[in-house]
Design a protein around this ligand. Structure first.
Ligand code: IVH
Length: 669
């Protein structure tokens, strides 16, 4: 045991060190593979000695079971906001006030990037992370500790020696900004779009939605980042200069933004502001301005606060980068899911140093809201890495209005198939599975790990296959020969054979994977599973009517119509036939789910005595019932175990029947 304990501690130290190198300073010294190996060793030891698991172990970043809600926590001192300025004159006015109130003519300032995320407080007791709290209303926030633990750049503990060296007490609070890097934002939004889920408008909203996930394992999958900018002890600033605070946080292993500067005059502040307005696009995350802070803590104290903001700091906000230009035409772009997006074709205009020729109009509703016509002059805005958008139509006497209506095409501009707008939806779509525009996304989805698991079939290979005309749909994957693969860049006998083996292996995967792989809109992993179990074969699924489809667990009219539409298309039927011929598994085990609880919706809460959450869920689902995560008017029963929390209150409030596990068993059997 003693040996194991030692080994565990040394592994943890080693892993923490490599996490720091990778996530905080971005200078890794070992490969991901070696890191994974260390982690696996630690996981193995910890599973052998579960008593030795501590919350600050690197293995504990994965996120635990979903929770019921968040506990409110009062901040040690208010988390304030900042006053904004938008031009040099206002900035000078702020400086004058600083001079007046402090009676000094020379004041040092620290310039920092204004990171566009959300502020978050971290509480450390004896060097260990014990609390992560959102800003909330500034006075009270929500305890999101479990979620914060999953953020790799947040240290779960700081060694005593490190704190000592940095001059930081062992009980302290860090405040800083939680954000989602632009690349992760784009990728996650694309995935959501592919799965037919609503997308987020910007990284900040995505961050806020992510940190408040009740299921911390979801937070763990979304790569959030954290930059520290304040250090407090008992709610008070600890160091006598802000610049020292930042250096100390840095020395203790927190991620502190490197683009900061201690300056001695407003001229230098202004230079910093202008420099970053030029360079902001080169950052991997979004900023919306610069924060200027008085460096000396004693001067900060003298200056104090006005209402919700300190007088010792100010935010200089960059103007939304915008320009006015003529809307010359509209083109309809076909995305991975077949969604048609209207793209404005603009007379070239320079916005923040970049020439913009295209901007998104989002969808038909947005065109209507803007009242845009071809020939109009429009205001175009551009933020960070995000696609420029048409913000409004200019309606004044200097800008004549356009007259040509923007029309939705009847046929897909890429393949000519008639476009469809499902009732109740904003978007028009091309439903042809073979449409080349959808091809890349469809193939990548099909080959991905959770689907047909064809390892090695990534973007570069698929792009080549499409370009050479070797793959026009997912069925073509199964006709690929070694000769085909050898004709591509970077393929030798062995690598070609590997891919062919992977393709061959994929034929062993069960029916639900194949259904999921077809990329039918709204059919995710779970629905595919229910469909496979209900119909037991691809043929029966393909023949099912919209009404029959709705007999399947969790399939409502929207999903049923999407499935029927897919199989109603002759090209899709042909494709499925070829997959069957290639030898993919088209038969599954039909699992008769009972019908006793058909149409009934359950919510589980608290700890049950004889069932785990998963077991209870299975019991209900096997009887044809449905289990959801939150209580609403549509909930039929709430099954309450010990320590049931908010969901129980909600059930009572809405008058939903509350039952115990005995009654649940009775209903299900
Ligand atoms: S200092 C009292 N520094 O901006 C000091 N805030 O508009 C308040 N923010 O709520 C925070 N980057 O979420 C500070 N370098 C930075 C910042 C920053 C972004 C955010 C923060 C704050 C908001 C105020």
């Amino acid at each position: 045991m003693k040996d194991a304990e030692k080994k565990i501690e040394s592994l943890r130290d080693e892993i923490r060190h490599h996490e720091y190198l990778y996530y905080v300073v971005d200078r890794p010294e070992i490969s991901d593979f070696e890191y994974d190996k260390l982690m696996q060793q630690l996981q193995k030891l910890e599973s052998e000695y579960p008593a030795l698991i501590t919350p600050d172990s690197p293995t504990q970043r994965v996120g635990g079971k979903p929770r019921e809600g968040f506990v409110k926590v009062r901040h040690s001192s208010p988390m304030l906001s900042l006053d904004n300025t938008y031009n040099e004159e206002e900035l000078r006015a702020w400086e004058r006030r600083v001079h007046e109130l402090t009676g000094r003519k020379e004041v040092d300032y620290v310039c920092e990037l204004k990171l566009d995320g959300m502020s978050l407080s971290l509480g450390y007791d004896d060097g260990r992370l014990v609390r992560g709290v959102t800003r909330g209303d500034g006075t009270t926030g929500e305890d999101v500790t479990l979620n914060v633990r999953t953020v790799r750049s947040v240290p779960l503990s700081v060694p005593k020696e490190k704190l000592k060296k940095a001059g930081i007490p062992s009980y302290f609070e860090v405040r800083g900004e939680l954000l989602m890097p632009t690349a992760a934002f784009k990728k996650l939004n694309e995935e959501r779009e592919r799965d037919g889920l609503p997308t987020f408008a910007n990284p900040r909203n995505f961050t806020a939605g992510t940190v408040r996930q009740l299921d911390a394992s979801i937070t763990a999958q979304r790569r959030l980042d954290y930059f520290a900018y304040m250090l407090l002890e008992n709610g008070h600033t600890y160091f006598d200069h802000h610049s020292k605070t930042l250096d100390a946080l840095d020395a203790a292993g927190f991620k502190v933004n490197p683009h900061r500067k201690l300056v001695h005059s407003m001229e230098e502040v202004w230079k910093f502001i202008q420099e970053w307005e030029e360079k902001r696009d080169s950052l991997p995350y979004e900023i919306d301005g610069i924060v200027v802070k008085v460096d000396r803590t004693s001067l900060q104290d003298e200056l104090g606060f006005t209402g919700k903001a300190p007088r010792w700091a100010i935010a200089y906000k960059y103007a939304a980068r915008a320009g006015i230009t003529k809307l010359e035409g509209v083109r309809w772009q076909v995305g991975r899911t077949g969604k048609l997006t209207p793209v404005a074709e603009l007379a070239p205009v320079s916005i923040g140093g970049t020439t913009v020729r295209n901007a998104t109009l989002h969808n038909v509703d947005e065109i209507e809201r803007l009242g845009a016509k071809i020939g109009d002059y429009v205001q175009v805005e551009r933020g960070g890495d995000v696609i420029p958008k048409v913000a409004k139509v200019i309606e004044d006497k200097d800008h004549p209005r356009g007259t040509q209506e923007i029309e939705v095409p009847e046929k897909c501009p890429v393949c000519g198939t008639k476009v469809v707008r499902t009732e109740g939806e904003v978007d028009y779509r091309c439903v042809n599975a073979n449409c080349p525009a959808k091809l890349l996304g469809t193939i990548l989805h099909f080959a991905s790990r959770g689907v047909m698991n064809i390892d090695g079939m990534g973007e570069s290979l698929v792009n080549q296959l499409i370009e050479r005309g070797l793959v026009k749909n997912v069925a073509d994957i199964y006709d690929l020969t070694k000769k085909d693969l050898l004709s591509l860049e970077r393929f030798a006998d062995k690598s070609a054979q590997n891919i062919l083996d992977e393709i061959e292996n994929s034929k062993k995967l069960p029916l639900e994977r194949v259904i999921y792989g077809l990329g039918i809109r709204f059919v995710g992993e779970r629905t595919a599973q229910f469909l496979a179990e209900h119909f037991g074969s691809m043929d029966d699924l393909a023949k099912a009517s919209v009404e029959e489809l709705q007999d399947v667990n969790e399939v409502g009219p929207r999903i049923a119509e999407s499935i029927a539409e897919f199989f109603g298309n002759p090209a899709n039927r042909e494709l499925v036939k070829r997959l069957g011929k290639a030898g993919l598994i088209f038969a599954g085990e039909k699992k008769e789910r009972g019908t006793k609880l058909a149409g009934k919706t359950f919510v589980l809460t608290g700890t049950l005595a004889h069932y785990s959450r998963d077991e209870a869920k299975r019991l209900i689902e096997d009887a044809g019932g449905k289990v959801t995560g939150s209580v609403s008017k549509k909930t039929d029963y709430v099954v309450a175990g010990a320590d049931a929390g908010l969901k129980l209150d909600k059930a009572k409030e809405l008058g939903v029947a509350v039952i115990d596990e005995k009654e649940m068993e009775k209903l299900a059997s």
